[in-house]
Ligand binder design. Sequence first.
Ligand code: UDP
Length: 484
Amino acid sequence: MSDRETATELPPHILIFPVPLQGHVNSMLNLAELLCLSGLHVTILLSDYTHNRLLRHASLQSRFSRHSGFRVATISDGLPADHPRVGERILDLALSLKEKGGSEFRRLMESTDGLSDGGARRRVSCLIMDGVLSFTTSVVEEMGIPYMYFRTISACAFWPFFCIQEIMDAGEIPFKGKNEDTLTYWKKKEMDMMVTSVPGMEKVLRRRDIPRFFGVTNADDPAFQTMKTDTKKTVEACGLILNTFEDLEEPILDEIRKHIPNLYSIGPLHALLKARLELEGMESSPNHSSSFWEEDRSCIAWLDSQPTCSVIYVSFGSITTLTREELLEFWYGLVNSGHRFLWVIRPDSIVGNYSRNGKEIPVELEEGTKSRGCMVGWVPQQEVLAHPATGAFFTHSGWNSTLESIAIGLPMVCWAYFADQTTNSRFVSEVWKIGMDMKDTCDRIIVEKMVKDVMDVRRDEFLGGLIVWQCCRGRRSLKGDLLT
Ligand code: UDP
């Protein structure tokens, strides 16, 4: 620290750098706000693209206007503006950042004297960054800035990521032959074999539950390599923050601590932030969206007119895409279940075209939706989950969605799409016992059965599982039969 900084006693200045995707940005903004509440100066580094989305659809400025120590800085993610940044194409983002992010980050840090705002703030005192952003480390090391990782995934997904080399050495990945046989590949018996090379998970993790990337059939795949090497580099940082809590993931956290002793489990961050804001007498989130898409609040009015716990909320997050065939399987399953449903279909989530008004959509789906359903482009999810009419969550098992569901006490049906989701969904069904895992199936009969099970037949069983985690966290917001 310079004399000038010591003299003025400026607070430490934390730079937070999320992967520029919705789920990552949500968790990191929560951390940013918590650090602001502790009196620190915080800069969040966003991609230009992400920042523009937040300016258009979120209320970033009003949310952070009450924290004078908060700033936003931006860099390019290196992709053209019209790149879709969803589905399989998301891997382009990781590769583009890896290729161009280092020089962008160096330029930013050097041209602003470590984001010191002309002396109004200290130069960055600590960097807290996401995974796959290790291109920053040479810059901060040169500038003498310590860094920590904040991986926005669960401990149970981080740990197999960390052990990728060991899983490969055991011959359990990469999955051979997937590209030749995409339709039947996941039905192979060998996908149900237990993974032997991830300590502490021998009894739960099958090959099909390993965190997954599109079409990885060879170990040289660049995105796969980045994931592998970057995760191992976590040991070089001052510490690791995870958005989880000890009671939920203690055995796995203990395994990780053998390699990374400075491990901070500080989640669920959204709940922690809410509690902290309440303590400070500040208004919390519903009016403070960080959405990349415009929230359609008509769904709240629709929920208001539905009976208590009668609606299954369906959302596959911000990255998942569905083929038309998958869309129809889910749609038939939901309609045939006879239950009410609120379904988020993002404008960019269907591969190819589908028409709701044209001939392509069977009339029985249109009718079933009109009488019992509501389909919108994006919702204020935490408000939807907390709504008395919402009874269960049909989710892609993104970690934010999973934690939000656990925190509010909603049982889940899981349809994992990729990455950490395949492991989260396994833990939801087999370890935490708070829902069901549809893993590697997409069939209207299974969807129908799972919706009936989670809303009715097996509901008490899952609520029982949720009580355990709610009690551990000392909360009493459980939905369903326990809702008072
Ligand atoms: N989300 C939302 N509205 C929606 C769908 C999702 O606000 O209509 C939020 C959700 O609350 C969560 C985030 O988007 O915080 C999605 O993150 P997650 O880790 O669950 O999945 P990802 O989108 O990263 O796959």
